[in-house]
Design a protein around this ligand. Structure first.
Ligand SMILES: Nc1ncnc2c1ncn2[C@@H]1O[C@H](COP(=O)(O)OP(=O)(O)OP(=O)(O)O)[C@@H](O)[C@H]1O
Ligand SMILES: [Mg+2]
Ligand SMILES: [Zn+2]
Length: 272
């Protein structure tokens, strides 16, 4: 019966690229093709699938960075790329890393951090590193001024979101990073908005990371007694008391010594 495969049937064949090979009868008049060509094609297909998977990982990572509003400058800044030479720098780096690693527990107890220090000491760098380890959660970076603008924006007649919705979003995130707290003179109106957001998060036991150039006394004056009191209970104060890294950062960037950042799917899947 000539249409059934005959496993024993082989015949010599010739690939224009890879030369002689033995072709097997698969079924009826179908004969196996050059094994080298087939393995090359299989590999190419696997490579295409892998590339498309990686493209998918990168697209989803970019989406999550976008939703978390991590500023472009700080994308790819990690705990590892934070150079810690002094004990104080190592301490700040360890606190930031531990905070991220034990986030489930910190989230449960609403524990936060306050990074206080001079410009260029790496506060935003470490806060971005924290955010980027927990992109699968509901997390967001905002500057204090933008946060105030956002709440005030909701007061406008043509706003598509009510004040309550804006406050509900800011007040409900798993983690909110508020940068640049205290750069401007804090008016009473501003203090009220900051209090409103932080008090919601305090009541709902949600962690907040605050970044400021102010020392404790200046920060307290800026933010107001009542907010400061709540933060004292929930946040750890981390001093960044060394000089600016910005001159060195420029050299790093010029020397392109920063490693290319390749997102992995496990950055937002699984633990944390
Ligand atoms: N220890 C460090 N190791 C590597 N890079 C650092 C370090 N500290 C700061 N940088 C880099 O220096 C630049 C300035 O740091 P960053 O913006 O985090 O400072 P900052 O404390 O937030 O300053 P500011 O108070 O002015 O906002 C960034 O590019 C950051 O990645
Ligand atoms: Mg900063
Ligand atoms: Zn071939």
């Amino acid at each position: 019966m000539d249409h059934l495969p005959n496993p024993a049937a082989v015949r010599p064949a010739m690939c224009p690229e890879h030369g002689d090979f033995e072709s097997r009868n698969i079924i009826s008049r179908i004969w196996s093709k050059c094994p080298t060509c087939e393995s090359v094609a299989r590999q190419a297909q696997e490579d295409r699938e892998e590339a498309s998977k990686q493209a998918d990982v990168e697209r989803r990572h970019a989406e999550r960075l976008h939703f978390a509003r991590v500023p472009a400058r700080f994308i790819g800044r990690t705990f590892e790329s934070f150079k810690a030479d002094t004990e104080a720098q190592k301490h700040a780096q360890a606190i930031a890393r531990d905070f991220a690693e034990q986030f489930a527990d910190n989230r449960k107890h609403g524990r936060g951090l306050i990074f206080s220090g001079l410009p260029g000491t790496g506060k935003s760098h470490l806060a971005a590193a924290i955010l980027q380890t927990m992109l699968k959660r509901d997390v967001c970076y905002v500057t204090c001024l933008d946060m105030i603008r956002e709440v005030r924006g909701a007061w406008r007649k043509d706003s598509d979101r009510s004040e309550l919705e804006v406050l509900g979003t800011l007040g409900g995130l798993d983690l909110l990073v508020i940068d640049e707290v205290g750069v401007q003179y804090g008016t009473e109106g501003e203090q009220t908005i900051i209090f409103d957001v932080l008090d919601r998060r305090y009541r709902d036991v949600l962690p907040t990371v605050i970044l400021t150039n102010q020392d404790k006394a200046g920060f307290k004056t800026f933010i107001g007694e009542r907010t400061f009191d709540r933060l004292t209970e929930t946040c750890r104060w981390v001093p960044f008391d060394w000089s600016s890294y910005r001159a060195q950062a420029r050299k790093d960037d010029n020397a392109e010594s920063r490693e290319a950042f390749v997102p992995r799917s496990d950055m937002w899947q699984g633990a944390v």
